[in-house]
Design a protein around this ligand. Structure first.
Ligand SMILES: Cc1cc2nc3c(=O)[nH]c(=O)nc-3n(C[C@H](O)[C@H](O)[C@H](O)COP(=O)(O)O)c2cc1C
Length: 332
């Protein structure tokens, strides 16, 4: 079995799930991570730079690679490249709604508008991959659960090892409540593990997702951005949210890792949005967020971390007391 019962996975997140984020999540208990989606054509015709996005670090115990594409020749060549590298699972993206992917009728559009071809390409991946193949997709319709369920059954029959289902349609991108009842209907119809995805930001909505979808396996995405503690929160009964000291230290480790990996010039540009994610929802003033948006030197980073250690606005502690189930908590 690819993922045991109760497994919690880190989703592929373009622009985020690099080695530094995967390592931050692993520090807090994440055992199953994905690198961000890679376009099959870029992998085949691109340079080594494309591949660096998905390069595995020596300390990574499990890493999945995800491909998006629709052309059989490109997908076949891309699988050959994946076969020559060290991954645990190959995931096929049938859920991305980004305009540049939709334009090529790939990702979510491939599943929605050309389901027969999407199934055929999944078959091709299964046939040529030396590692297990999985699919990550979305519900196809809110009104007609059967459309999603029958599509997933066809995907299952290709021989894939597991499926991840994001409970929102492509047009919704990332907003709105996921249709947990459709995930539940799919789970009942399938024999392979179904991983539930969408809207899990805290212990409270993790429990709702598990109960209402019937899935014991869950994938975290935005909930883990700037919040690697979510893995511990969901699994450790003695979990205590980070203090401001621990928050500052985690930001430091994550940013240092990025600077090592990308070099300072690219690293500082790339880490700003990551730092903003750590600050998001934690009561820090807009001025600190502005500082993070222009971060470009180590001295600037040290100053920012000092501000983080000084803690959020006083009112945030009252907010946390009144909202004990809110995501992204801090300990005082
Ligand atoms: C910034 C960002 C990048 C994403 N990149 C990918 C990706 O590369 N591959 C993929 O399958 N899904 C991607 N997704 C979708 C997430 O994996 C996940 O399915 C979605 O965010 C729903 O889960 P959530 O509500 O817990 O965030 C991305 C989402 C976001 C917000």
């Amino acid at each position: 079995m690819l993922y045991p019962e109760d497994a919690i996975l880190l989703a592929p997140l373009a622009g985020f799930t690099d080695q530094a984020m995967r390592r931050a999540c692993a520090r807090h208990g994440c055992q199953y991570s994905f690198a961000e989606m890679i376009d099959a054509g870029s992998l085949v015709y691109g340079n080594e730079k494309t591949f660096r996005l998905a390069e595995r670090a020596s300390d990574e115990k499990f890493l999945g690679i995800q491909l998006v594409g629709s052309e059989p020749d490109l997908l076949k060549k891309a699988v050959e490249i994946v076969n020559s590298k060290n991954y645990d699972v190959l995931d096929f993206n049938l859920g991305c709604p980004a305009p540049k992917v939709e334009k090529k009728c790939e990702g979510a559009a491939f599943a929605l508008h050309k389901p027969d071809d999407a199934v055929r390409m999944t078959e091709l991946l299964v046939k040529h991959s030396r590692i297990p193949v999985t699919v990550k997709t979305r519900i196809l319709s809110r009104e007609n659960p059967e459309q999603t369920v029958s599509f997933l059954k066809r995907l299952e029959s290709t021989g894939i090892a597991a499926l991840t289902l994001h409970g929102r349609i492509a047009k919704e991108f990332y907003s709105g409540e996921p249709a947990r009842e459709i995930i539940s209907a799919a789970r009942e119809a399938l024999n392979i593990p179904l991983i539930a995805n969408g809207g899990v930001m805290s212990k409270a909505n993790y429990e709702v997702m598990r109960r209402e979808s019937g899935c014991s396996r869950v994938m975290l995405a935005r909930g883990a951005m700037g919040n690697p503690w979510l893995f511990a929160e969901l699994t450790d009964p003695d979990f205590r949210p980070p203090t401001v000291e621990e928050l500052a230290e985690e930001i430091r480790l994550h940013v240092e890792d990025m600077l090592d990996w990308y070099g300072e010039e690219v690293g500082f540009r790339a880490c700003r949005k990551v730092v903003l994610e750590y600050l998001r929802g934690r009561g820090y003033p807009g001025s600190l967020r502005a500082t993070a948006s222009f971060l470009s030197t180590r001295a600037g980073l040290a100053e920012l971390l000092n501000e983080v250690r000084r803690g959020p606005a006083e009112g945030f502690w009252t907010f946390l007391k009144n909202n004990p189930e809110s995501p992204r908590q801090l300990s005082q």
